[in-house]
Design a protein around this ligand. Sequence first.
Ligand SMILES: [Fe+2]
Length: 314
Amino acid sequence: MARPHIEPFVDRSVKFKKMTLPGFKKGMQYKMLSIDDDSGACTMTVRFEPGYKLPPGMSYTELEFFVQTGYIKYGDVKHGPGSYFRIPPGVSMPAMSAPRGALCLMFYNFAEPSFEESDEDHARAERHRLISVNAYDNMSWTSTNFFPATAPGCLVKILKYEERSNAFTFLYCMTPNFWQDNISYHDCCEEAYHIWGDSWMMQFGTLPTGGYFWRPPYINHGAFASKLGILAIGRTDSQLYNHFHFNPWTTPEENHARAASRILHWKPEMYRWIEAQGGHNHPHTPHDFEYDGGHHHHDDDDDQPNLTLGGVEL
Ligand SMILES: [Fe+2]
């Protein structure tokens, strides 16, 4: 099962809990924003108490990590507000600390949070996929470059882009008095957290600072407005296409059918080929030519648990 639709949700309305999973050190508190009950993949608001320390180590699944307030240190390097990390599974990070405390967001993709002390990478770690950037200080806002686009005044900074799935992670802002009068739905899951400010949506009302949603595909959202502007972090799990329309009464099933009909007209040969290969009840999964290893299981030649990426064991 995928994560359920959670919207609207405001993390200010719930209390922090102590993180007690093995490996994590005392002084880490979390608020669960969304969780996949089967895989354990989840998104959390996390507070590190002043003086928190973690030795060098790695996670068995991908971690995206964003600093909202305060700072953390990896080794001797300070990472303040706006710092973003995409830490691939198995990549060992230096000793981490939060001398004066920090408020962060942590996204554990594909499997439950894990931490294992290690000053070496796992044998199958993909260190070249490590991302570390300060998105506030060292990146510029750009217009959304996908079409059909959101209204002017919604700007993005792309933090992570997956070439395989087109999934991406991005900061976005809406300028004061932003508005957009149409309704949107997508073929992907969409997730967002309001770092600052509030925005309004016709279906879900006003979402303030600390507001959050995890929205499965094909759910209507919009029209939109933001009086004072917002700063937020968003993510998708695959390609984001804005299916815009003006009918607030359509259901996810109808939106799904409309999206499929669009694909029939955009890529008729592809659509018919996929249908001919499998039919309605047995969708055909084409061989994955470019990413060998996605669907077969490696023999374990070490005694470490396997890494998970994209929902499959590496
Ligand atoms: Fe959306």
